[in-house]
Ligand binder design. Structure first.
Ligand code: AMP
Ligand code: ZN
Length: 462
């Protein structure tokens, strides 16, 4: 076995040596749940899902732990909740559900652990306390701040010197910072924002900064030092640089993760990163309304993960046609084929997907000549990468799931129904239930043990 991975920390492709081959541990920074994810986020999901599969193949499915977090404390979530006039929990619950559906449709395995920031506030506070006690952080104006000058090799991951960063820093540095690059571990909450009792003797309530969330979640589930940490290239600085600084200084370790991996951008147009803020995005849901998830997945893996991926309609169409051919040939192939060595070699060479897909094309050529072993091997190899998951029949009859459900409207109707019940207007509450049922939405009422109130959850039954 000779898995090679490019390590952002050393800027080299290296032979991967797990700390413990019986429990290979990887962490990836997942989405902030405030609205539908876009296909750039989808690229990150699919790339690290492929890595998870390659590691499972190499070390055994039960010997890999993949933690992918959900960021459910963030200004964008608060803004969204205020805009819609619903609770923050409602926004995160709904977006998490959408996110899970998107990830599953892109054929991503569920990660082993999916920690949420709000479930790890105590761990974040403990990190703040430790960092202050060790002289790596300080309290100022009700904030806890990380002291960048306290870490001599800060900047190693992004390969920048502190002087360089300071020169590039904006002029309006917060006056309470001792040094311009110092960053927030904990900050005060304004009224209406999520708030928890603060650590480090701060009297007012507050909330964590973004970077400390991942340090706390990764540390808790994967240990102080683990194997692989990943995310999109935009996270190298400041997010990963700061995560690494917090974790290393708190735990007194030389590294946080041995290997740092970053996927390149999916580009809306040449050279332009797809992002929510630029408004140039296509959501995964929109893509999946036009094409099956496997075709989206193949398009997302068509370029090497570290290269930019220019997104075009043509790429999606070609990917679908490629899968048409693979499906036809693998349809009645037996299920005991072997994964082709060329495919494994390519994937173990820093996830070289263009080469792996090329090897699948070569197998297809053989299979088309009537070679039944090639057909079975095509099937096994494509499956390893998350393709050919359904039958030829299902593939051919694929239809989009239908018009996306307007979840805001569903929530509004559910609230109206609960109001009607409270007024004992059962005619109206039944009418709303039927209206939702006609849309394929089934309701389930349950009593909240703490508040005694009836709460309604829902799911789609097609
Ligand atoms: P966000 O919710 O924006 O923090 O992004 C979630 C994940 O998607 C992070 O790992 C990002 O680095 C990654 N990501 C965001 N935009 C893109 C893009 N255009 N191409 C590739 N990855 C991206
Ligand atoms: Zn993170």
């Amino acid at each position: 076995m000779s898995l090679q991975l490019y390590n952002t920390l050393t800027r080299k492709k290296e032979r991967f040596e797990p700390i413990d081959p019986t429990n290979v541990r990887m962490y990836a920074c997942g989405p902030t749940v405030y609205s539908y994810i876009h296909i750039g986020n989808g690229r990150m999901l699919v790339v690290f899902d492929l890595l998870f599969r390659v590691l499972r193949n190499a070390y055994g499915a039960g010997h890999v732990t993949y933690a992918r977090n959900i960021t459910d404390v963030d200004d964008k979530i608060n803004a969204r909740a205020a805009e819609e006039g619903v609770s923050i929990a409602k926004v995160t619950e709904r977006t998490t559900r959408q996110f899970h559906a998107d990830a599953a449709d892109l054929v991503c395995l569920p990660p082993t652990i999916e920690p949420r920031a709000t479930g790890h506030i105590d761990e974040m506070k403990a990190l703040c306390e430790t960092l202050v006690a060790k002289g790596h952080a300080y309290v100022a104006a009700d904030h806890v701040l990380f002291s960048v000058p306290s870490m001599p090799d800060y900047g190693r991951l992004s390969n920048r010197s502190v002087e360089e960063m300071e020169a590039g820093a904006r002029v309006d540095v917060a006056p309470y910072k001792r040094s311009p690059m110092d960053f927030v571990l904990w900050k005060p909450s304004k009224s209406g924002e999520p708030a928890w009792a603060s650590p480090c003797g701060i009297v007012g309530a507050g909330r964590p900064g973004w970077h400390i969330e991942c340090s706390a979640m990764a540390g808790k589930h994967l240990g102080n030092v683990f194997d692989i940490h990943g995310g999109g290239i935009d996270l190298v600085f400041p997010h990963h640089e700061n995560e690494l600084a917090q974790s290393r200084c708190a735990h007194g370790t030389h590294v946080m993760a041995n290997v740092w991996m970053h996927n390149g951008f999916l580009e809306a147009e040449a050279g332009e990163k797809m992002s929510k803020s630029l408004g140039n995005f296509i959501t995964v849901r929109e893509l999946l309304d036009q094409t099956p998830g496997e075709a989206g997945r193949l398009a997302l893996l068509s370029s090497h993960y570290r290269q930019p991926l220019p997104w075009t309609e043509r790429l999606v169409q070609e990917s679908r046609r490629t899968l048409d051919l693979w499906y036809e040939l693998a349809a009645d192939a037996d299920d005991h084929g072997e994964v082709a060595p060329d495919v494994i070699d390519a994937l173990e060479d820093d996830l070289n997907t263009p080469r792996a897909i090329g090897a699948l094309h070569a197998l297809r050529g053989e299979a088309a000549k009537g070679n039944s072993a090639a057909r079975a091997n095509l099937k096994a190899s494509a499956r390893l990468m998350g393709f050919l998951q359904s039958s030829l029949e299902e593939w051919k009859t694929w239809r989009p799931a239908g018009v996306a459900i307007d979840e805001v409207m569903v929530d509004t109707l559910i609230t109206a129904r609960l109001d009607a019940r409270k007024r004992k207007d059962f005619k109206e509450s039944d009418r709303i239930r039927d209206e939702l049922a006609a849309m394929g939405i089934q309701l389930k009422d349950a009593k909240n043990k703490e508040t005694g109130e009836i709460e309604t959850s829902w799911e789609v039954k097609r």
